[in-house]
Write a protein that binds this ligand. Structure first.
Ligand code: NAP
Length: 324
């Protein structure tokens, strides 16, 4: 099979596509013929050795995939050859075939898109966990989403609307903001050209948002935190901007506000049942059209560096996938 290989941590350009032996499933494992692999910001960090998890070298990147089960190991009951399924493995998905523990492989309903199934777990799983489990966002509350046209950001816009919140989307271009409006954003702020704090004041009648979803970091964080409503919840999701911000601790005190950490991977490891319940709700919303995940581009395995580069250069809207 063909697979993307990382021989040493470093620039994206060192990724190569190699011919590797086809995997064989052991007891409790299955092999998935990959039809789509989700591309996520953490993949780009991992390849460069900048992620909190450093897999042993060499390794194949790619955290999640969807495809068709092509081999089943001993003792696997809920899957058979030919089933359509999706999985989250953390690594290995940028390949024609992916070996996965059967317990981490979920069968897909008939007709469910491979692209969407391969994009749902990490980005949508993170945003659902953040807004529901961590922030306990309530219908009628105001939610501010930074980086709102990106992978986790656009997911947060859609999930926020599905939960009945008023959603303010902030992003760096008019094209990105138009996409957020198509997916339910009530108001938008172009934080590249407008003053984030002044616009938030204007849009919320001086009250500020109840919940802030921040996957960006950098200078936006303090500005957004200073705008938060009394009793607000500030979700720390990521630092796509590259800079981990520091916050004066008098700010949460003055607002009676909470700074809330979000780490979906650890949540899913510690509480797999709650994670499955979240993903089941997301799949239901995809099925009934409540949320419409956006796949803006598809790349081949050979184009893996290009796909990851597009994320790092802020060019991606919604999600992109690799299609072997
Ligand atoms: N905590 C968790 O469990 C968890 C789970 C998944 C992902 N994450 C983190 O969440 C962040 C976003 O991930 P993603 O997959 O949604 O990425 P993404 O699709 O690339 O979205 C990131 C957004 O951040 C904004 N941004 C601002 N400055 C940027 C810069 N210098 N480079 C790149 N983007 C920049 C961009 O929007 P504008 O151009 O509009 O500013 C972009 O749309 C990453 O830091 C990732 O590691 C955390």
């Amino acid at each position: 099979m063909k697979a993307v290989v990382v021989d040493r941590f470093g620039p994206l350009e060192q990724l190569r596509v190699a011919e590797l032996p086809d995997p064989t499933p052991g007891p409790g494992e299955v092999v998935l013929d990959v039809h789509a692999a989700g591309v996520n910001y953490p993949d780009a960090l991992m390849v460069q050795g900048q992620y909190q998890i450093k897999p042993p070298l060499p390794f194949t990147p790619g955290a999640e995939a969807a495809g068709i089960v092509s081999a089943v190991g001993e003792g696997v009951r809920h899957l058979k050859v030919g089933d359509h399924a999706a999985t989250f493995t953390g690594t290995g998905a940028f390949a024609e075939k992916l070996l996965a523990p059967a317990a981490q492989v979920t069968p897909l309903p008939p007709g469910f898109s491979f692209d969407i199934a391969a994009s749902l777990t990490l980005a949508y799983g993170t945003s659902y966990h953040a807004l529901v489990n961590r922030a306990q966002l309530q219908a009628g509350e105001t939610l501010l989403v930074l980086g709102a046209a990106g992978g986790v950001g656009l997911a947060a816009v859609m999930i926020g609307k599905a939960l009945g919140a008023r959603v303010i989307a902030a992003a760096s271009s008019e094209e990105k903001l138009a996409l957020t409006r198509q997916h339910g954003a009530d108001e938008t702020i172009n934080y590249a050209s407008e003053d984030l704090r002044a616009r938030l004041k204007e849009l919320t009648g001086g009250q500020g948002p109840n919940v802030v979803y921040d996957p960006v970091g950098g200078d936006y964080t303090e500005a957004a935190f200073r705008s938060v409503a009394w009793g607000g919840r500030y979700l720390v999701v990521g630092f796509a901007n590259g800079e981990i911000p520091r916050l004066p601790l008098n700010l949460p005190l003055l607002k009676g506000a909470s700074l809330v950490g979000v780490f979906w991977g650890e949540f899913a490891r510690r509480d797999p049942r709650a994670n499955v319940a979240n993903l089941t709700q997301l799949a239901r919303w995809v099925g009934d059209g409540t949320i419409r995940p956006v796949i803006s581009e598809r790349y081949t395995l050979e184009q893996a560096p290009e796909a990851l580069r597009a994320l790092l250069e802020r060019r991606v809207t919604g999600k992109v996938t690799l299609v072997p």
